[in-house]
Design a protein. Structure first.
Length: 143
């Protein structure tokens, strides 16, 4: 039933937005926050979230979704320049059955390399914060 229902203001991304949980920040403006995924599927796994209380693609206003995907493209380009991967996967899940684990809409930017298989989604392997901050600053430098 996680595809339906009300927005939970205590979800992890809401806490990141309020500054209660730290993140390795890549980009921020009045409507968008982007930061490194703490349990990355690959080096440079970056998340892009809007500053609106929407659980998924079906809850968010069209105008906010357009702004979110435009920023995903912009930040994805910076990931591409900074890390020069062979490919980049853009992912977005709606509802637990589809793989969503944090119920605040977001896009994943997941670099891919020919010689490295990605880790499974939500594998639970936490990355080192110093490494994430280093990656974030390399991506930020290309924005
Ligand atoms: P979803 O499964 O909802 O599509 O994606 C949620 C993402 O958030 C997962 O890739 C997961 O690794 C990431 N994540 C979960 N908790 C945290 C956290 O506390 N900080 C950061 N930066 N990422 C998180």
């Amino acid at each position: 039933m996680s595809l339906y229902g009300d927005y939970d203001p205590k979800n992890i991304f809401a806490k990141i937005l309020s500054g209660d949980i730290p993140c390795a920040k890549v980009y921020e403006d009045a409507r968008i926050l982007s930061f490194m995924d703490a349990f990355p599927q690959a080096k440079g796994h970056t998340l892009v979230i809007p500053k609106v209380s929407a659980r998924n693609l079906f809850d968010i206003r069209c105008e906010d979704l357009q702004n979110l995907i435009a920023h995903t493209q912009k930040i994805g380009r910076a990931v591409r320049s900074a890390l020069e991967p062979d490919g980049i996967r853009i992912a977005q899940f709606n509802g637990e059955a589809a793989g969503q684990t944090v119920f605040h809409i977001h896009f994943h930017i997941i670099p891919a390399w020919d010689d490295a298989a990605p880790r499974a989604h939500a594998s639970g392997q936490m990355a080192d914060m110093a490494e994430l901050k280093d990656l974030a600053s390399r991506i930020k430098a290309k924005l």
